[in-house]
Design a protein around this ligand. Structure first.
Ligand SMILES: [Zn+2]
Length: 109
């Protein structure tokens, strides 16, 4: 599963920073165009956190919307899904946001 390896990387990254300290909260940013399903990631996190200082941490996921700029009509707009198409009908759009997948912050007890 895609999300499982991503979550493993996140868990490893957090543990690298926090060592043996108990982690109480993890804040993630998962853009709506990142292709990662927050619910699946949440599920994987529960599994992988078990038995580590991350167990019981509060996982908060911010999901920034996709954003794009149209090269034809120059407008910037919210991209509701992964199909890059402007309301003017142009497909010549540049995705400017919503693909991020990052660890925003970690809280330790
Ligand atoms: Zn346009």
């Amino acid at each position: 599963m895609h999300e499982l390896s991503i979550t493993q990387s996140l868990v490893d990254a957090v543990l690298d920073c926090t060592g043996d300290r108990t982690v109480t909260g993890v804040n993630l940013r998962i853009g709506r165009l990142s292709g990662v399903l927050p619910d699946a990631l949440r599920f994987c996190f529960q599994l992988l956190a078990e038995g580590t200082p991350l167990a019981g941490a509060d996982l908060r996921i911010d999901e920034p919307a996709g954003r794009a700029t149209c090269h034809t009509c120059r407008q910037s707009f919210i991209l509701p899904d992964t199909i890059p198409l402007c309301t003017c009908g142009s497909a010549d759009v540049e995705i400017t946001g919503g693909r991020e997948l990052m660890l925003a912050s970690v809280e330790v007890g």
